[in-house]
Ligand binder design. Structure first.
Ligand code: NAG
Ligand code: NAG
Ligand code: NAG
Ligand code: NAG
Length: 326
């Protein structure tokens, strides 16, 4: 009897190994997923997001490599580092830089080597997120506390860059980007920049348009808060069409486990504008806004509906890898 079971197991394993192609195709993707015939994202749109992704990957590099902007393909272009921030206690790390050639201010946050540990062990409990006129927003306590420790420095530096005489009134874009945990911190910053820097400038009668437009690009971010928090991202950044049109893109890769965490049954929900990278050649914009409502829902035709996690999907995307080796 035992021999029969072993034999059956052996056959089953062989069949599985035969059909499992680790990094090329997803096991469930036998050309039918996603089903609704989503359109592929155009190469031009991808190009910009791939640049943002490399900025996020550069945040994994050492202070030495960053300050001279030498970290291989991640540090491309003519970029001047203005500030490297590092909080030794909660671990937030990243940089603020300016690209004069593309009129862009860049803020990039790195993730953490043990992100799953982070999500579960450090203040998993949600805390109240304070926002004027909105009640009931909750966010992951550990993520927010890490952000709080660098918030002042970063906002101050951005404000200073914006008001530097040579920069004012020249319409800089602000790219806020981060991988994994860094994506969570990026979202807090994007809301704060709008609230504390951009809105006051725009409401002053003497402002010169355009101060800047925010691109929030996160890669492989975990869930950050509840649906009311997701809705704040929606109303503050995504639905804003006048006078500036901000851009929010939540890039997800294959079936990255981290994007499923913390679990939605604990009340966490992702904010909108997921861009799902199924593989190097196929990326899709997802449907994560319910028509006529500001409530984001995760698109079951994108990562949320995928089964069987893909190992390694969290640490690389397109041609970019997120490692501490630069
Ligand atoms: C990072 O910096 C080190 C020392 O400054 C240098 O040797 C190395 O080449 C840099 N890495 C890259 C990819 O440029
Ligand atoms: C500026 O934008 C161009 C075109 O998108 C790109 O090729 C270049 O690498 C960018 N430079 C920087 C520093 O981001
Ligand atoms: C890089 O940008 C700085 C600031 O705009 C400029 O002074 C410098 O000449 C540029 N370097 C190159 C190689 O283009
Ligand atoms: C990725 O690398 C491959 C092979 O080196 C190259 O053909 C492709 O254009 C690269 N893609 C991007 C987005 O850089």
């Amino acid at each position: 009897m035992a021999r029969v079971i072993w034999f059956a197991l052996l056959i089953l394993t062989s069949i599985c190994l035969y059909f499992y192609k680790p990094f090329d195709t997803l096991p469930f993707s036998i050309s039918t997923f996603p089903k609704k015939g989503k359109e592929l994202v155009s190469p031009d749109a991808l190009n910009l997001l791939q640049i943002h992704t490399n900025y996020a990957a550069a945040a994994y590099c050492s202070k030495q490599n960053l300050s001279s902007w030498t970290c291989g393909y991640r540090c491309f272009g003519n970029v001047t580092i203005e500030k490297i921030f590092h909080d030794e206690i909660k671990g937030a790390y990243g940089y603020i830089a300016v690209s004069e050639e593309n009129k862009t201010i860049i803020v990039a946050f790195r993730g953490s080597a043990d992100v799953v540990n982070w999500i579960y062990n450090l203040q998993f409990a949600q805390l109240d997120y304070e926002f004027p006129g909105i009640e009931g927003a909750l966010v992951h306590g550990g993520f927010y506390h890490a952000y709080e420790r660098v918030k002042g420095t970063i906002l101050w530096t951005i404000q200073w860059l914006m008001t530097r005489e040579e920069n004012s009134c020249r319409g800089y874009d602000l790219v806020i980007t981060g991988h994994s945990l860094g994506g969570a911190l990026s979202s807090f910053l994007a809301i704060d920049v709008k609230r504390y820097i951009l809105d006051p400038i725009l409401s002053s009668p003497t402002h010169c348009l355009l101060p800047f437009k925010i691109h929030l690009t996160t890669i492989g971010q975990p869930r950050i808060g509840n649906h009311i928090y997701a809705k704040i991202i929606q109303t503050q950044l995504i639905s804003q069409t006048s006078p500036l049109k901000h851009k929010v893109t939540r890039i997800t890769h294959r079936n990255d486990l981290v994007v499923h965490l913390p679990p939605s049954k604990r009340g966490f929900v992702h904010h909108a504008h997921e861009l799902w990278v199924k593989n190097k050649d196929q990326s899709f914009f997802c449907d994560d806004i319910v028509e006529g409502s500001e409530d984001p829902v995760e698109d079951p035709e994108c990562l949320a509906g995928a089964r069987w996690y893909t190992p390694g999907a969290h640490l690389s995307i397109w041609n970019t890898t997120f490692t501490f080796f630069c």
